[in-house]
Design a protein. Structure first.
Lengths: 1200, 93
């Protein structure tokens, strides 16, 4: 829509964005763009107790040519009534901004008080505190529903007791007395005294509710008595009519209600949509002076948030910082490069870097980071203990582009030698740099947990805070929440949510999107293209509205959260620059801006990130020291270990850092990495940037050609590219190569090249990239004489990189950790497995998959045992024992108390003993019993001896592990009870012997394992079910196990049965889905084309047990099944009457036999077990759906 | 024994309403679409007007423009016009 040129008649001074969280449905950039279209010259953003959207509004409005006015609608804490009142504050100048930030900080200060800290309370601030900070602010008297100058006692709304809900519904609180004007003049006069007549306006609104005119007449009369002006506002909550209904749905959602039940709480109409200035002027035809006042006031509000906020980071103005940094670096360089051949190069590089740092005035910036790391060093000693083998490791390590800096290396911010690794500095630091460079630091989780509050203390709680983050509405959550609001059945919603498109990216305009995230039209049309997809057989308008609302809500911020580790520190109180609010975690606080807004504000953000793998390797070396007495210093391990590289080349990498995913493992077999440099490329290659830039296949192909023919010449697109793309064989794999190509090929300056890189990472990259394209093509022709086609081809490579990619320095840092973790896996398998299990959630595989994979490598994993398990998993002998911390539903304090009591008083001798001594509540005891952890104490002493055999065969003579009996007995035990601050233990009364209970079958044990701990160490689900599999027709002969696939001919028809352990549908795959099946022998990769995916959407997205038919494809050691059809496995299970099926199972699997070693193992799971067939087919499916282990799936990063 | 069927009270009943045209607006300063005559009674004053948009998620969405008017004989009447489907007027107590 073209902007409507017209003379301004009205300025909107009261507008909520989605940062009012469930009371606003548009992003600031949508509001700014729409305002420009409608002919507004200025727009004020006044979110509830928040300026979270202000910087975004400032930036967007600047682009649209609209003046941004900043403010907030503040909730006042009143002691006179149960519902707070509102005032609208607008910022006149810098002082006003600082005061607004302080007022909002005060409003949130108490929101995390008390034990329920995780659930934020409602912010509010006392009127007195606002009046004390009136300077630089303009006060409007508040919205129609909750104006501070309307006397609450005179209101006569039936919903006045509805709490927060009613308040935000404009026009629900008419003034009594037939419009006589029950205004609170006393409060109005207090406002007048504090703000003065020049900064106080009586706010008139016309939300087309009953009594509007009476109220406005009364408010006008009040203004005349006070001798202040009235101002008209629209209380906007949506930028366009298509979003209006979402506001109604949000009100219901906010109030935990439904649309049908929340009528009294809603606005009643859609007059809260941004309208044209002319329409607004017409709306206030009775009050033309209030309309004119909007223009007068807007002219006076001159504060520009894009200008200097007065922020400085500690050390920014330290004149001696440059000298101190030089001295520090010089001393460290002497140590690190004393005998190194790279000393001369290091000296030259240091000079170069220090010169750039001096020019940019960033010495204090580096010293601040150094100081932060020294603080981390103190914390690490404290957390790890002085004697711990972990003390050999650095407190943290750098990631990202900063790793390329020699200064960072020397002052301890990076552990990668940039000279030896030939890392270019440009991406991180160059003379044309605008803003501040990024330094990200990784820490083990436990160190980071202590470090963050310590940083608050070091720099002062006024001057240090975390960066905020805004989780956004995504398809699944929106379907669940908005579906509930629409009153739709929960079961259907759940099914629909699980099948929803995660990567849905709406092309939202002012009209509803044609297709929303629910692209399975069958649900909405009431049809069912596949038998199992009959989710919601209805064509009711509610389902249609669900799709529309989900599409509209997608991407809107849901609530305020904290960034994983970004911290802001400042010399002056941060609360003068941005409100600071308490975070959910004790001892933490955060600013109200996310990382983009902080960057736009010029804040120095230090990323203190928690890296699970760093924690895992530290735990691993600690466990090695405990178990084997060896002290491992990971910085001194051999970096050319043949066994480690052999494991990497055969993709024997489950559980290691970065190179463990399905895609990475397939790539490893083809690229055959031979050293750390290769690994650096490997870490970076499976990323959207290289994939979209078309770098992956050429790189892999050229590596193969080079292996076969060392004389193979790399085909560069242009000779000028050879220097910068030699390491990656003529392809762009690293983000910094984009900059280097732009410089050497198109003649970009360093700053210009960095601008191109930034354009790739910003939200509206497409528009900005288009501007760079022209410059690039023209530059290439002029700079290196490239012809237009070559220039265009190289640009395509660059442009393709607009997706996410790693800088080389970051890849080098991650590649090193990938190597170190693989080295640990190869040489200390049980210890690494144990560490991984203890650091969950992390990595690509769920604990259950890690356990199964370890079993294939011969690492024994021992089950839960109340008398042998620690709180965490631990290496016992050569095996790994699961920790009691894995029991779901048992509080960590209960588990710790149980283990402590066992260590104090000796092993538990019976279930009664356990119930009386452990202090665990009934729920925890039942989970322990059902998990099988009580098996050693389930039987009388005389029986127990007979079952004490190897753990892998830990059943009673009847094959039972006593779970039902234990559950029965603990059911009559009296558990401990919490009393005051302690626990009242129960008496050790004997428990009656359990009656004869039906045996638990193998399947039931498996389900019990998953239900209680999420991990099973006994039979695999497919091993239990395979004997019952009946696949009819030709598919019967093609049913193959994962062990058989490598020996089948490429192109043959196969059918595979598996437990789904990973589902990925990356945005780069054009609708293709990748599934990873696990069976009793290993894993199978499956490729589901977009067409097949659409046919089997619900199965592919949500079903844990599947049978896939398709074609085997094998190339370069990589095996895939190209799926033709998916089906739920339960469809092919024979009835239980068939009993043991060893012989018939053999007949129904593929005629090829599994490998010799595997075959012996195959016989164990296929043991005769009458109880195997304890569940009918439908029960198998439903029971597994209820407890299936978590599945890895791709998800887009958070977007605001 | 109480009757299980409740009897709804104050149901809207159809009304004959004549609205302001451009001429009327200039003469009576009424807003566009405002009633100037209800069931044959002249409207002396429009006291209030409001808008209800609700039930949009159901098969019977509701969009009404309400007017509270005082007739020449002093009666206070609330009338509304259905905007979806457009056209019909009702009077409601």
């Amino acid at each position: 829509m073209t902007p409507v040129p017209q003379s301004p008649q009205y300025v909107e001074l009261h507008c909520h964005s989605a940062y009012s969280f469930l009371d606003g449905v548009s992003l600031p950039d949508e509001l700014a763009a729409r305002a420009a279209e409608l002919g507004h010259v200025a727009l004020a953003l006044t979110d509830h107790n928040s300026v979270s959207g202000s910087m975004e509004m400032a930036q967007a409005a600047q682009e649209c040519g609209v003046k941004a006015i900043h403010g907030a609608e503040i909730d006042l804490a009143g002691d006179r009534s149960e519902i707070g009142q509102h005032i609208t504050l607008l910022v006149r100048d810098e002082r006003g901004w600082a005061n607004l930030c302080r007022i909002i900080t005060l409003a949130h200060a108490h929101t995390r008080d008390g034990p329920a800290r995780r659930d934020a309370g409602e912010p509010s601030v006392a009127l007195e505190q606002v009046l004390e900070r009136a300077g630089g602010l303009v006060c409007l008297t508040g919205c129609a529903g909750r104006s501070v100058v309307i006397d609450r006692s005179a209101r006569r709304s039936p919903s006045a007791g509805a709490g927060r809900s009613a308040d935000r519904s404009a026009g629900r609180f008419p003034i009594g007395g037939g419009g006589g004007g029950a205004v609170d003049e006393a409060v109005a006069r207090r406002l007048l005294e504090a703000f003065g007549s020049e900064s106080l306006r009586v706010e008139l609104q016309r939300p087309y509710a009953r009594h509007d005119r009476a109220r406005n007449r009364a408010l006008s009369a009040l203004a005349r008595r006070l001798q202040v002006a009235c101002v008209a506002t629209g209380n906007v909550h949506a930028h366009a009519p298509c979003r209006a209904e979402l506001q109604d749905a949000f009100v219901a959602l906010r109030e935990h209600s439904t649309l049908d039940a929340s009528e009294p709480l809603r606005r009643g109409n859609h007059s809260h949509v941004l309208s044209t200035p002319a329409a607004m002027a017409s709306r206030f035809a009775d009050h033309p002076e209030a309309v004119a006042e909007t223009l007068v006031l807007a002219e006076q509000l001159a504060f520009d948030l894009t200008k200097d906020l007065g922020y400085r980071y500690p050390g920014a103005e330290d004149r001696r910082a440059g000298r101190r940094l030089s001295e520090l670096c010089a001393a460290r360089l002497e140590d690190r490069f004393r005998s190194s051949s790279g000393r001369a190069r290091a000296l030259a590089r240091l000079e170069e870097e220090l010169a750039v740092i001096r020019k940019l005035g960033l010495a204090g910036f580096f010293l601040l980071h150094h100081d932060m790391l020294e603080l981390a060093r103190e914390v690490a000693v404290e957390v790890r203990g002085r004697e711990s083998v972990r003390g050999l490791l650095a407190p943290g390590r750098g990631r990202g582009s900063s790793v390329s800096s020699l200064v960072c290396y020397l002052i301890g911010l990076s552990h990668i030698d940039p000279i030896a690794n030939e890392l270019a500095l440009g991406r991180f630091l160059h003379e044309d740099l605008r803003g501040l460079p990024d330094i990200d630091l990784d820490f083990p989780r436990d160190v980071r947990e202590v470090l963050i509050p310590r940083v608050h203390d070091r720099y002062g709680r006024d001057c240090a805070a975390l960066v905020a983050a805004f989780p956004t509405f995504r398809a699944r959550g929106a379907i669940r929440e908005l579906g509930k609001v629409l009153g739709l059945p929960a079961a259907s919603l759940e099914r629909l949510a699980r099948g929803a498109e995660i990567h849905y990216a709406p092309d939202r305009g002012h009209d509803a999107p044609e297709h929303g995230p629910i692209s399975d039209r069958s649900v909405l049309d009431g049809g069912a293209p596949e038998a199992e997809a009959a989710v919601a057989p209805t064509s009711s308008p509610r389902w249609r509205w669900l799709e529309r609302l989900v599409g509209e809500a997608y991407g809107l911020p849901r609530h305020l959260s904290q960034h994983p580790g970004g911290m802001i520190v400042a010399t002056r109180p941060l609360i003068d620059c941005c409100p600071v609010v308490p975070a959910a975690m004790e001892g933490r606080q955060m600013v109200q801006w996310d990382k983009d807004s902080c960057a736009d504000a010029g804040f120095l953000k230090i990323d203190l990130l928690g890296l699970g793998m760093l924690s895992a390797v530290e735990r691993c070396v600690e466990e090695i020291a405990r178990v084997r007495g060896e002290r491992i210093d990971l910085s001194r391990i051999p970096y050319d270990d043949p066994d480690t590289f052999a494991a990497i080349r055969t993709a024997d990498t489950v559980g290691v850092f970065q190179i463990e995913s399905r895609a990475q493992m397939q790539s490893l077999r083809r690229t055959q990495p031979a050293n750390l440099s290769d690994l650096t490329v490997q870490v970076a290659i499976i990323r959207p940037g290289p994939i979209q830039g078309g770098a992956v296949n050429p790189y892999i192909e050229r590596r193969r050609r080079l292996r076969e023919d060392p004389g193979f010449e790399i085909p560069y697109d242009h000779p000028a590219l050879e220097g910068v793309l030699a390491d990656t064989l003529g392809t762009i794999i690293f983000q910094d190569q984009v900059m280097e190509v732009a410089e050497v090929f198109a003649g970009f300056g360093a700053g210009e090249a960095d601008g191109l890189r930034r354009a790739m990472s910003r939200k509206r990259s497409a528009e900005m990239l288009a501007r760079h394209r022209e410059r690039f093509i023209e530059g290439a022709q002029r700079h290196v004489g490239a012809d237009a086609r070559t220039a265009e081809r190289v640009w395509q490579m660059v442009e393709g990189f607009a997706g996410f990619g790693f800088p080389k320095a970051h890849s080098a840092a991650f590649g090193l950790l990938a190597y170190q973790s693989t080295w640990l896996r190869v040489h200390y398998g049980p210890e690494l497995l144990c560490a991984l299990l203890n650091e969950q959630p992390m990595g690509f595989y769920a604990p259950d998959s890690l356990v199964h994979e370890a079993a294939h490598r011969g690492i024994e994993v021992l089950p839960l045992d109340v008398n042998a398990s620690q709180v965490q998993c631990a290496v016992q002998g050569s095996a790994v024992r699961l920790g009691l911390g894995y029991i779901k539903g048992a509080a960590s304090a209960e588990v710790q108390a149980l283990v402590a009591e066992r260590e104090r008083g000796g092993p538990f001798t019976s279930l009664a003993d356990l119930a009386s001594r452990s202090g665990a509540a009934r729920g925890a005891l039942e989970q322990l019993a059902w998990s099988g952890a009580c098996w050693p104490i389930c039987w009388p002493i005389s029986d127990r001896r007979s079952i004490c055999r190897p753990i892998s065969d830990r059943r009673s003579p009847a094959g039972e592990d006593g779970r039902r009996a234990a559950l029965w007995q603990l059911g009559i035990a009296v558990p401990a009870a919490t009393a005051g601050e302690g626990t009242q233990l129960s008496l050790p009364l004997g428990l009656g012997r359990a009656p004869r209970l039906p045996k638990l079958g193998r399947w039931q044990r498996l389900i019990a394992d998953y239900a209680t701990s999420g991990v099973t160490v006994s039979d695999h689900a497919i091993a239990i079910l395979r004997p019952r599999l009946r696949v009819p027709g030709r598919d019967a002969v093609s049913l193959a196990t994962s062990a058989q696939l490598p020996r089948l001919p490429s192109g043959c028809a196969v059918a595979v049965a598996g437990l789904v352990i990973a589902r990925q549908r990356p945005g780069t795959a054009k609708g293709t889905m990748f599934l990873l099946f696990e069976d009793e022998w290993g894993t199978v990769n499956l490729i589901v084309s977009a067409v097949v995916y659409e046919r089997h959407r619900h199965l592919a997205r949500a079903e844990p047990l599947l049978l896939a038919r398709g074609r085997l494809e094998r190339a370069e050691g990589v095996i895939n099944v190209i799926v033709r059809e998916l089906a739920p496995l339960e469809r092919y299970l024979a009835p239980d009457a068939d009993g043991p099926l060893d012989a018939s199972a053999q007949a129904s699997v593929h005629p090829l036999r599994p490998p010799a070693g595997a075959e012996t193992a195959a016989e164990a799971p296929a043991e005769s077990d009458a109880a195997t067939a304890d569940s009918n087919a439908a029960e198998v499916g439903s029971s597994m759906r209820a407890v299936a282990p978590p599945v890895t799936s791709f998800a887009m990063g958070r977007r605001r | 024994m109480p009757n299980s069927t409740s009897i709804p009270l104050h149901l809207p009943r159809p009304a004959r309403v004549r609205t302001a045209t451009a001429d009327h607006r200039s003469a009576s300063r009424s807003a566009s679409g405002a009633p100037v005559e209800v069931d044959g009674r002249q409207v002396a004053q429009v006291r209030e007007s409001w808008l209800v948009e609700d039930r949009w998620w159901t098969e019977r969405p509701l969009r009404r423009r309400y007017w509270e008017v005082v007739t020449g004989c002093g009666r206070n009447i609330v009338v509304f016009r259905d905007l979806e489907p457009a056209g019909r007027w009702f009077v409601q107590r």
